[in-house]
Design a protein around this ligand. Structure first.
Ligand code: MG
Length: 267
């Protein structure tokens, strides 16, 4: 099932199932628990990110060709960093280039997002997908200057500015995506395809990440795992490509959809 979260005309936040004919039907109940699709047509005034995340757990250097383009060694364990839930951005809403803490090196990273549906801990690889509510598209927007030169030796500063975590346009439940590590993933900047890869290039696949991240660590419902980006990021290009006001970035994943955000400047 394809599920959207949206605001209706009264400002209520609701969930709906998106049907193949383009219409959406309201979901009643708790998306993380008991719920059902009703016959009521969804009146979508504004599309929201498919969940309000409780945490973003992000994996760096998780695609072989991306590790190669950044001249990094293939990691022995997943590289973990975090974004604040406050960095969330909805589909079609702008990515803001920071001006208060000024960055001149803001980059895109198209990523497969995994949304945890059930509170879990010490999950085995074999059992991992049972705890997944769904998959979505994400953009791990990254200010490379704050990630590297001014980051104090870790990545979070440059990765958690407001609007640096676009998520959407929907979530797709695991019954429709039997293998999350066999999906084409592309990032398109304006009209140019910048990233074009397959999630099969991941070093640590989705079940392995859920096992690793839940080890001695409770994952709460609504945790969003960003699974790393493929090769083709702006910083690895000659000359480098940085986001600028007026740009539009789209992350597209096979079987999920397209997440599009314009780029503008923080006021
Ligand atoms: Mg990333």
């Amino acid at each position: 099932m394809k599920v959207i979260r949206y605001q209706d005309a009264e400002g209520n936040v609701r969930y709906a199932a998106q049907l193949p004919d383009g219409t959406a039907r309201c979901i009643q109940g708790d998306i993380f628990g008991e719920h059902r699709v009703t016959d009521e047509r969804a009146d979508v005034k504004k599309l929201l990110a498919p969940v309000a995340p409780v945490a973003f757990l992000c994996i760096g250097l998780n695609y072989r060709q991306h590790a190669a383009e950044t001249k990094a060694k293939i990691p022995s364990f997943p590289v973990l960093f975090m974004k604040s839930p406050g960095a969330l951005q909805h589909p079609n809403e702008p990515i803001l280039l920071p001006t208060h803490l000024k960055s001149s090196k803001v980059d895109y990273e198209g990523e497969l997002a995994v949304i945890i549906g059930k509170r879990c801990k010490n999950v085995s690889r074999a059992d991992a997908i049972r705890h997944v509510l769904g998959y979505s598209c994400a953009n791990d927007v990254s200010a490379r200057d704050w990630q590297k030169q001014f980051g104090g030796g870790q990545w979070t500063r440059g990765k958690t500015f407001d609007t640096f975590a676009p998520l959407g346009p929907c979530l797709v439940t695991p019954d429709e995506i039997p293998n999350p590590n066999h999906l084409r993933i592309r990032t398109i900047l304006n009209d140019a395809v910048m990233q074009d890869c397959n999630t099969s290039d991941m070093i640590f696949d989705v079940p392995t990440l859920v096992e690793f991240l839940s080890g001695s660590t409770t994952l709460l419902p609504g945790t969003v795992i960003l699974t790393g980006t493929p090769h083709g990021v702006g910083m690895a290009r000659t000359p480098p490509v940085w986001l600028k006001p007026g740009d539009t970035v789209t992350v597209e994943i096979e079987g999920i959809g397209r997440l599009t955000n314009p780029v503008t400047t923080e006021r």
